[in-house]
Structures are given as structure tokens and as C-alpha cells.
Design a protein around this ligand. Sequence first.
Ligand code: ATP
Ligand code: MG
Length: 447
Amino acid sequence: MDISPPVGALDIVQCLQQAGHQAVFVGGCVRDLLLGIAPTDWDVATSARPEQVRQLFAHTVPVGIKFGTVMVLNPEAVEVTTFRRDLGSKNSRHPVQVLFTDSLTEDLARRDFTINALAWDPITDTHIDPFGGRADLTAQLVRAVGDPMQRFYEDALRILRAVRFACRLDFDIESETWDAVISSAYLTDRLSKERVRDELLKILAVPDPGRGLWMLNELGILQRIIPELRGSERLAQGKRGAPTLLDHLIQTAAACPEKPLLRLAGLLHDIGKLTTRQITSIGRVVFHGHTQEGARIAGKVMRRLCFDSKSIAYAQWLVQNHMHQGEISRKVLRRWLSAQGETWIRDLLALRKADHIASGGSDAPALSKAEADLDAILANEQVLKPSDLAVDGHDIMKLLQISPGPAVGQVLARLYEHILENPADNNRASLLDQAERLWADKQHFSR
Ligand code: ATP
Ligand code: MG
């Protein structure tokens, strides 16, 4: 695998150096290169001031001028940031002031973890590593740069970032940093919900999100972000390998495919059990209505974390429909195809499978059959929406000799149900015939 920097990014470093500035690659790309991982983006740090960067290159966008960041298009987009020092923080969110500096070491000192506080000069092929980042890469440790308590106090997002990097790289958190995370967990309450949401999604996107969620739980962060989970660690479930509801929720999230939102739905899928638990007269524990309640709570959690309405509707639909482990009829699959679409259905089947696995099950024949049925429907049929019915309200009024009113819509709705079951009947003759038959059973309709 070729993981040398793109020519455009290299050229930027070279141009800056030729103009008399210091310029290096910095942060995540240097870390990833040393780990043999292809970097996602190549960030450049330089002693040049933002105005100087803008003068040197033809195509630039001032993306974060206040923080010294200029995006250079050469032609690929590379963020070029002036060496800076961050001064203090009043709210554990943002530095009070950002000062530009000529010192690369000062710039590296403001970075969160030693493994992210590395720079590399590609022209001389030298690493600048004042905080022992390479040793920590070898030791597989996430260690704060400087005093971890102070660093978390300055920006509480680093607490979540520590968990993310530990999980993504399969590293441990160094012990002093770990203790500081626990002592500082309360600071995460001060973060903007959007930043928490984005970090949570990134933690859910790692190959082993179960580790991330357990770590968040152990560090006292999970239930700060989602207080609705409180009590789940005490709710006995009696499932094999998952004694408590929290065990089951985390295992379900972890058994979902690599889609952060789907995994979030997995984490929340049984959250309604906490408030619906009842004991019947014969002593059985039941959770009547927990899917509905779970969807409501999932909506509340996600609205608080500022998710967009489509993501909320998606997760709520998954939670609401996760339960049924029996067969799914083709009629239901067709209805979902029309209303929710293929992706949501596939994700629902994946969630049900994850739930099944996390409940100690192995193969789930009903789910495999639903997958095969879905494939067959998609290969052989057109998705039928209510508006695709071969007859309309006028046809119905004329046929049944009725005037406009609720009954017309009711007949059409019944016809739609009929074609979901028998797609081949979606033609005028069959539907008019069916409408007459339905109409004969008058009790179904408002008249
Ligand atoms: P990724 O591969 O996820 O992008 P990254 O290390 O590049 O990982 P970014 O969030 O893109 O992470 O940040 C780039 C660099 O900026 C980091 O490597 C780190 O040096 C620094 N950094 C980012 N966020 C913070 C923060 N909250 N506090 C201190 N330094 C930070
Ligand atoms: Mg990055």
C-alpha cells in the first residue's frame, strides 16, 4: 500500500519552506503513517501567518482564519494551520485566546495526546517528537500531553477523544490519563451537544464499539451522555452471557454492522424496558409496550443530542419495530419498501439479528427468509406506493355511486392493502371487482 503524501500536499510543504517558513505534516497523519495506516487527511502546520499562506497559493479558502487555518486547494484540499498557542479556557470548551507562535514545540504542546503531538518534515524525513509520541505508539498508549487534569479542564472533548483513539487504535489509556478522565467526566456536561453527538458517532464507528461503550460506562461518561440508561446496569435480564439490560444493549450495539446510527439504535433498542417493567399476577416479568416507549425515549435522547429529524425517525422506527422475531410476510416487506425503503429494512433485519445474537441465539431462520424474500421482491416487482394504485377516487365514486367522503379513502386504503398482498391485481378490472366485493361488507366503511 502506498501511503506517501499526495503530491499536492508535499508541494505545499516545499513551497512554504522555500519561502523561508517552517512547515511540517502534523497530527493524525503522522500518527497514522507511523502505524502503517493510510491517513484520511494531511494537515500541515507552519510558522507562516495565515495572510502569508494565502499569498503563496493561488487557491485558498479561509476556513478558520481566527484559529490560523487556511484551506489550500492544490488541487486536493489541505488544511494549513499556523503554529499556535492556546490560552486558557473558561468553560472547558474553547481557548480564551489563540496566539500565533514561531515555535513548533509550542504548537505540539497544545495538542491533546502524545500520539497526536507528532510532526514530520517530509523534505528531510525527520520526526519532531518532543512528548514521546513514538514511544507511546509502540507502547500502544493514549497519554495526554502535559497534565491530563488540566488538559481535560481546558477542553472536555478530549475526554471523549481519549476513548475514541483508544478504541479506534485498540490502545489502552495510560493510567494517569485514565484517572483524570474519571475525575473529569463531569466536565462533559459542559460540551455542546453537537460535539458530543459527533464524538459518540465516531466511537460507535470503530471496529469494536462494544469496547468503546464499556469504556464510556466504566469511566462514568455513558450515563452522563444518555442518562436514560441509568438503572439498566441493575435490571436483570436472565439472558445467556448478558446478565443485565446494559450488557444486552451494549452487546446488541456491538453486534450491529459498522453503521454508527444503527449501532445507536442497537444501544437504545430496549431502553423502554426500564419504565415498562411489570410483574404479572403469576410472578412473570413483562415489558408491555416497551418498543413504543423505547422509540419515544430514543427520540428524546436524540433530540437532546441535536440529531437531525431524519436520523431520529430512522432510529425510532428501528427501535419501534425491533421486537418481532417471527416471520415477516411479503406484504409487510412491500409496505415497508414503499414507506421506509430498502436501506431501513436491511438495517432493521440487521438489528433484529444483532438482538438475537446478543440474546444468546445463533442462526435466525425467520430473518434469513425475510432477507431472501426482500431480494426476490426487489428483483421481480415494482415497489407499489398508494399513489400507484391502478384506480383512483373518481373510479371508486363512480363505481359505488357514492359522493366524496371518508369512505372513498377507506376503500382505496383497503385496495392498497389488497395489492400489497397480491401485486398482480394492480389493474383496473381486478381492483374494481375487489372494490365491489369490499363494499358489500358495509360495516367496514363510514357512510
Ligand atoms: P482523525 O483521523 O480522526 O481525523 P486526527 O488526529 O487527525 O484523527 P482531528 O480531529 O482531525 O484528529 O485533529 C487533528 C489534530 O489536531 C489532532 O491530531 C490533534 O493533534 C489536534 N487536535 C484536535 N482536536 C483537539 C483537541 N480538542 N485538543 C487538542 N488537540 C486537538
Ligand atoms: Mg484529522
